[in-house]
Design a protein around this ligand. Structure first.
Ligand code: I6G
Length: 672
């Protein structure tokens, strides 16, 4: 067997990487349909850069490493930028950033710490706006950095792009920034597209790109795009200020939108702090961002530093951990929940995404399985943004192995073998086994014992599952007849744990009407609704005897909810369990909250930061229980903003609007 020449193997690897990256570039830039997540693209690009650096003999001028972006789209007129639109070098670690700082200071021949202007790196579409005598004459995408696509008509529909600048202006000015789609808007758009049976966008950036590259500007106008400016290109008749921060102030003065979250750090170490702070607020901000851009603040230094072939030496993008990654589906199973709902779950080859290792992702329901056409063996893009549960956003059909089969809904429950029924028009399929299905029984007992329900500490899912399997628990009422001998005989249960568990069960008997109602696990009845019902009805007997018409008089009780509540209390099995629970001693003081007379009735609250005395969910429940509403965004209508540790931008907004701010101590006082 002949041994392969190592240099040939390297050349081959370089060629493959170039071909693959070109293919991905074309999909991303030209067709707005990325084939792989950015992280995968970045990895291949880094590998190619490293190989070309090690082997300059194989460098070619047309390598993807030499290009800034993609080719301009054929359907739009081409437009040349007066000065090239560069792209940014990436940093993936603190060391990369320290190296950048070292390189900058070496070139500037200074050992002193430097000021850096820092701002979020929006995940949008880079554009160049040309203003002549203050009037917007052209808008173009970055394209290959020299030649972009003329999107003037579309850009003019974006409200944050000024058609005319005001103030003392240069005669010619190129303004650079990112056009993006706000996260909320992206969700609404995808919901609407899905309803119409259309194809959804994978993420807000693709949605922005797709919306911008519309030949009909009316479509762009409907998509609520926005723009934030980060710098300038060519100018005539402009005396540049001393710093980047002052330049951005100038842009704002002329009427351009610049990002409010920009800050000047006095050293590279302070950049780390700003980066950590920004990363922590990543899910709170209204736009997607993929990192923080760090720029030498002094413009004369920027000039001295100049640029290498495609990026300025004075700026770098410190990337956040990827929120999208590619992995493979190993299996698809169905989980049975408390109400019998069958949820398809994708079991994945573990992948590190959004800062955690993900092994499973919910596929929600069969409609979603069909929409994605996800199959066992598929390569998929997983997305995990903030604290949101991981989602399968796309199947990479081109990488599908042969002989895969479409996923079918099982005819029988995988746990109890009862029939599975999916009513026509309903997205959810359910096991008909009721509480005789161990999965449904276990899930409903987990809910019953949970902190916001009966709050039985030490009784987790695993323990309940074992007690259900061994036949100890057939309903919630069985918890209250457990003996010490039965508990201590459970697997891995010591004497002390058994005593503690029985004490926790005993303690849970003293509860509130609302908690008890919530614990029953009536479908559709969450904590807030349980509180409403508890405050409306004087007693459980009254509620159990309520007629449909009476239920309908309660706010937020629609027809479906009314019918669900009625039918729950009509079931003999449910009535038996309720009576057994009461007979076992579960009770509450009979003083329902009167929401109408509560001092917080009608007040609007917004929570920000971490409270030390309770979780956000608990604070919300406390407030709603007193008739207040809890919202996500601060507006003039907000009555109070409750501020914990590490508050987000909501605090700034509250100050800006003059909304009353409560510290934790004041908040607790108010709850008293
Ligand atoms: O693509 C970019 C995004 C954000 C940038 C950029 C930026 O500043 C906040 N700055 C420069 C200088 C370049 N691209 C080339």
């Amino acid at each position: 067997m002949s041994k392969k020449d190592p240099s040939q193997a390297i050349q081959k690897r370089i060629e493959i990487l170039r071909r693959t990256l070109k293919e991905y570039d074309e999909a991303y830039y030209v067709r707005d349909a990325p084939k792989v997540p950015d992280a995968e693209y970045d990895r291949l690009m880094q590998a190619l850069i490293a190989l070309e650096e090690e082997h300059p003999e194989y460098a070619t001028p047309d390598s993807p490493t030499k290009r800034v972006g993609g080719s301009p789209l054929a359907t739009f007129a081409k437009s040349a930028h007066q000065t090239p639109m560069l792209s940014l070098e990436n940093a993936f670690s603190r060391q990369d950033l320290l190296d950048f700082d070292g390189r900058v200071r070496e070139r500037l021949e200074t050992t002193l710490p430097l000021e850096y202007e820092c701002e979020p790196k929006l995940d949008g579409i880079a554009v160049n706006l040309t203003y002549e005598e203050g009037v917007l004459t052209k808008a173009a995408t970055r394209g290959d950095g020299f030649l972009g696509e003329d999107i003037t008509q579309n850009a003019k529909t974006i409200p944050t792009i000024p058609l005319k600048l005001s103030g003392s202006l240069p005669s010619f000015l190129e303004v650079r920034g990112e056009i993006y789609m706000p996260k909320k808007r992206f969700e609404v758009l995808n919901e609407a597209l899905q309803k119409k049976g259309g194809k959804c966008f994978v993420n807000p950036r693709n949605a922005a790109a797709g919306s911008l590259r519309q030949l009909d500007p009316k479509v762009t106008a409907e998509r609520s795009l926005s723009m934030l400016c980060y710098g300038i290109g060519g100018t005539r008749g402009f005396q540049t200020p001393q710093t980047m921060a002052l330049l951005l102030d100038k842009l704002a003065e002329w009427g351009c939108s610049v990002i409010p979250e920009r800050k000047v750090a006095s050293s590279i170490n302070e950049c780390f702090e700003l980066y950590d702070g920004l990363r922590a607020r990543r899910s709170e901000l209204p736009f997607e961002m993929d990192g923080m851009v760090i720029k030498v603040n002094r413009l004369d230094y920027q000039e001295r530093l100049g640029a290498i072939s495609k990026s300025p030496r004075w700026a770098i993008a410190y990337k956040f951990p990827a929120q999208e990654e590619m992995t493979q589906v190993l299996a698809i199973t169905f989980q049975v929940g408390r109400t019998g709902a069958l949820t398809p779950v994708a079991h994945l080859k573990p992948v590190f995404v959004g800062g955690v290792t993900v092994g499973n992702a919910t596929l929600h329901n069969m409609d979603e399985v069909r929409r994605l056409d996800v199959r066992v063996g598929d390569r998929v893009i997983i997305r995990r943004a903030g604290d949101v549960i991981p989602q399968v956003v796309k199947v990479i059909v081109e990488m599908r192995p042969s002989h895969t089969g479409i996923v079918e809904l099982p005819l029988r429950c995988p746990i109890c073998q009862a029939d599975v029924v999916k009513p026509v028009g309903d997205a959810i399929a359910r096991c008909m086994g009721g509480l005789s299905c161990p999965a449904q029984l276990t899930a409903s007992l987990v809910h019953f014992a949970s902190r916001d329900a009966m709050s039985i500490t030490g009784l987790g899912k695993k323990r309940i599952g074992e007690m259900v399997s061994s036949g100890l628990l057939k309903s919630a009422a069985d918890l209250y007849t457990l003996t010490h001998a039965e508990v201590v005989a459970s697997p891995r249960m010591g004497e002390k744990s058994a005593i503690n568990l029985l004490a926790a069960i005993e303690k849970s008997k003293e509860t509130t009407f609302a908690r008890f109602l919530y614990a029953l696990g009536i479908r559709e009845v969450g904590e807030a609704m349980a509180k409403k019902l508890a405050s409306h009805f004087k007693s459980l007997d009254d509620l159990m005897a309520a007629r449909f018409e009476t239920l309908q008089t309660i706010s937020d009780v629609g027809t479906v909810m009314g019918e669900t509540i009625l039918s729950f209390f009509e079931q003999p099995q449910n009535r038996r369990v309720i009576h057994a629970l009461l007979a076992a001693g579960v009770s509450w003081a009979n003083v329902p909250h009167d929401l109408q007379s509560s001092s917080l009735s009608g007040k609007q609250f917004v929570l920000t930061g971490v409270l030390s005395s309770m979780t956000r969910g608990e604070a919300k429940a406390e407030l709603e229980g007193r008739g207040a509403r809890v919202g996500e965004t601060v507006s003039r209508k907000t009555s109070y903003v409750v501020v914990g540790e590490n508050p987000g931008s909501k605090l700034e907004k509250a100050k800006e609007l003059g909304v009353k701010i409560l510290g934790e101590a004041e908040f607790l006082e108010m709850l008293k």
